[in-house]
Design a protein around this ligand. Structure first.
Ligand code: SF4
Length: 300
């Protein structure tokens, strides 16, 4: 059994336990402020962005470290993970302050920013490049799917060509790219989900984050589901899909996540996903049973 998990990769790269600390730049999202939409993506409740808003990055770092101090071994190092909304969609001066403040922390070994491919203008790319001169930087892009009908259904608000251009601009600057995909969207066939995975597997990206579609209260997807429940994968179905996806991703690509991580209190479906420990144990047991090998079906 082999898959290239993030924890092992970070330990190999930095020689110690590395933990992500969620931080906010105070950014919003073009899919919410009217630049390309106001309702947001249909699955997004914005509640996953739990970093302390309004506080300086130094304060946010101190609070985030204090929260986990008893849980992590001494000598743990940190990734400053800017993940609020579209983390690069804020005034440049604010981004500069936030990113360089985080990098100045000696316990921070890496900077990560989760954003949209249409939120990476030249000035932001240059800023990320300048950050990388100090410490490694990775940029997460919420692609979710390569299929236009599906992107329209979730109201993603940008075309695949925008994603491709962003990846090429980031890689030109040697910045690591992590791509988010959502599995289990009922308006996509299994074949279409595998096509998204195969496509990402052929791109020059360094990481993939796989999410199970979560139906959350307070979202348009949640209202759609409550009006007329649709099919969502059960655990076995999800694991089988996940295995096929991983077989299409080259072995050197780091897998940052195997399933979703939504707030339990807002979860409408699938309820089995709320027991994260059970889910991860079942996934790992299935990987062993099936002798899963990441990239075994990858074609360059
Ligand atoms: S998922 Fe990202 S892009 Fe979509 S509405 Fe939420 S913050 Fe904006």
């Amino acid at each position: 059994m082999y898959y290239h998990d993030l924890n092992s990769e970070l330990r190999r790269r930095f020689g110690c336990k590395v933990y992500k600390l969620s931080l906010a730049t105070g950014a919003t999202c073009p899919n919410r402020d009217g630049r390309c939409g106001t309702g947001g993506c249909i699955f997004c409740d914005g509640a996953g962005f739990f970093a302390a808003k309004g506080a300086s990055v130094e304060e946010q770092l101190a609070k985030a470290k204090a929260r986990i101090r008893d849980k992590v071994p001494s000598g743990t190092r940190y990734i400053a993970y800017f993940q609020d909304y579209s983390a690069t969609y804020a005034p440049l001066s604010r981004l500069e302050t936030a990113f360089f403040s985080a990098l100045a922390d000696p316990e921070v070994v890496m900077l990560s920013a989760a954003t949209r491919p249409d939120c990476l203008p030249e000035a932001v790319l240059e800023l990320l490049s300048a950050c990388q001169e100090q410490k490694p930087v990775m940029v997460e892009l919420g692609l979710q799917t390569i299929h236009a009908h599906s992107a329209e259904h979730i109201r993603r608000g940008y075309d695949l060509s925008v994603f491709e251009d962003a990846v090429s601009q980031l890689r030109k600057r040697n910045l690591d790219v992590v791509v988010h995909l959502i599995l289990g969207m009922p308006w996509e066939t299994r074949e279409e989900m595998l096509q998204s995975a195969a496509y990402v597997g052929r791109m020059d990206v360094q990481g993939v984050k796989l999410h199970l579609l979560h139906v959350l209260s307070g979202t348009d997807l949640g209202s759609e589901y409550l009006r007329k429940p649709f099919h969502l994968p059960d655990l076995e179905e999800y694991i089988s899909l996940l295995e096929d996806v991983l077989r299409l991703i080259p072995p050197e690509v780091v897998i940052h996540r195997l399933t979703g991580d939504g707030a339990k209190k807002n979860l409408i479906a699938p309820l089995w996903s709320a027991d994260k420990k059970h889910v991860l144990n079942a996934i790992r047991a299935a990987f062993e049973r099936d002798n899963l090998v990441q990239g075994s079906l990858h074609q360059a």
